[in-house]
Design a binder for this molecule. Structure first.
Ligand code: SAH
Length: 370
């Protein structure tokens, strides 16, 4: 930008979830994430009731601004927003000085995601509430690693299953001359240089995410973060998700051998995804210093102990990774890749008993009041 401000976040790389409502869409294949959201519904409610301070002048409101960062296409984002709205109403109902206005509250809801997210499907499937005219919804395109809202404008922010997406794969793992040049498509946590490169990228991106939210949230505003990380000391490669990523890579290597794609393409493919260790995540939030960590805890994912079916794993990963794979390899490879993946998985299923557990976390941050 001419005035020295950062380049628009609209231009950053983006790997949207599968849009539409077809058989491979995110809408139909995000039960895992939906279950996660469901599992913290009560905790989120309790946390908002306890931490939203209506006594401060900023929250003596008749209209609230709520944002979901990395919303995708629903229906998960709708569940999240509904829970937040219900809780704010309840909070007003319980509060003596605000009791009377709980029926007149209005909500401005912002659905944020990258600009090539399928916002059309999101809008077409919006729940009834926007017709009732108490909730006013809009889409906000742009990368959440930069600011997408004016300063001091949001009351409650939320993000789920999004911040393991990096702004890009770390530069070093993409550079053939670097020690971190690798054969894997992910950070397995086995090679120190690769791990360091991913850690550095995560720190930079997550730091930028937190800083942007610190600017956008009003003092006393709340930020809910739900997602996946690794318990300290656990390597990605030992978790079932790490095993699945390696299997996807093996299929790509096979496809290169069959001439469907090239070895160079496979070698230069790096997932811009990183699951930090719990303490790493905490450190980045603390380093920012603009928030108090009100809650940061492990929450059991409802499917954690389930032996997920091969079909479930295949369709979930297809809906999640189709964008990033298509961007690198072109559209023609998706069917072939996931056919091969399904066959490989049937032949050699994930041994859930052998895998170590990853960790689902729930975080509630409160913007400090200076
Ligand atoms: N929150 C939803 C969707 C999670 S999928 C749920 O819990 O089901 C992750 C979403 O994050 C995708 O829609 C992806 O496009 C979005 N995302 C990833 N990086 C992003 C970025 N830098 N800015 C905005 N959205 C991003």
């Amino acid at each position: 930008m001419a005035n020295g401000k950062p380049v628009s976040t609209l231009l950053q790389s983006s790997y949207p979830m599968m849009g539409g409502d077809g058989p491979h869409s995110y809408i139909r294949n995000s039960t895992y994430q939906k279950a996660a959201i469901e599992s913290v519904k009560t905790s989120a409610k309790k946390a908002i009731l306890a931490k939203l301070d209506l006594k401060t002048s900023i929250f003596n409101l008749s209209s609230y601004r709520i944002a979901d960062f990395g919303c995708s296409v629903g229906p998960n984002t709708f569940d999240v927003i509904e829970n937040i709205i219900e809780t704010i109403k309840l909070k007003h109902q319980q509060d003596e000085t605000n009791r009377n206005n709980h029926e007149n509250l209005e909500f401005h809801v912002f659905f944020n995601d990258q600009s090539d997210n399928d916002f059309n499907t999101l809008f077409k499937t919006l729940p009834r509430y926007h017709i009732d005219r108490e909730v006013f919804a809009c889409g906000v395109p742009g990368s959440f690693f930069g600011r997408v809202f004016p300063r001091n404008s949001l009351h409650i922010g939320h993000t789920s299953y999004s911040i393991h997406w990096l702004s890009e794969a770390p530069e070093d793992v993409c550079n053939q001359n670097s020690q971190a040049w690798k054969k894997n498509i992910q950070c397995t946590n086995l090679v120190e240089e690769v791990t360091e490169a991913y850690k550095k990228q995560f720190k930079k991106d997550m730091g930028a995410f937190i800083e942007a939210r610190a600017q956008e949230l009003v003092p006393g505003g709340l930020m809910i973060i739900l997602g996946l990380c690794l318990p300290d000391g656990v390597q990605m490669i030992r978790t079932w998700k790490g095993v699945v990523h390696e299997m996807i890579r093996d299929c790509l290597v096979d496809m290169a051998k069959s001439g469907i794609t090239s070895v160079e393409k496979v070698e230069s493919f790096n997932l811009p995804v990183y699951f930090p260790q719990f303490s790493e995540l905490k450190e980045v939030i603390e380093q920012n210093g603009c928030f108090t960590i009100e809650i940061m805890e492990e929450v059991k994912h409802p499917m954690e102990d389930m032996l997920l079916s091969n079909d479930f794993i295949t369709s979930s990963y297809r809906a999640i990774f189709h964008g990033v794979i298509e961007e690198h390899f072109g559209g023609g490879v998706i069917d072939e890749l996931f056919d091969r993946f399904a066959k490989k998985l049937n032949k050699d299923p994930v041994d859930f008993f052998k895998c170590q557990k990853d960790m689902q976390y729930f975080i509630l941050l409160k913007r400090k009041i200076y």
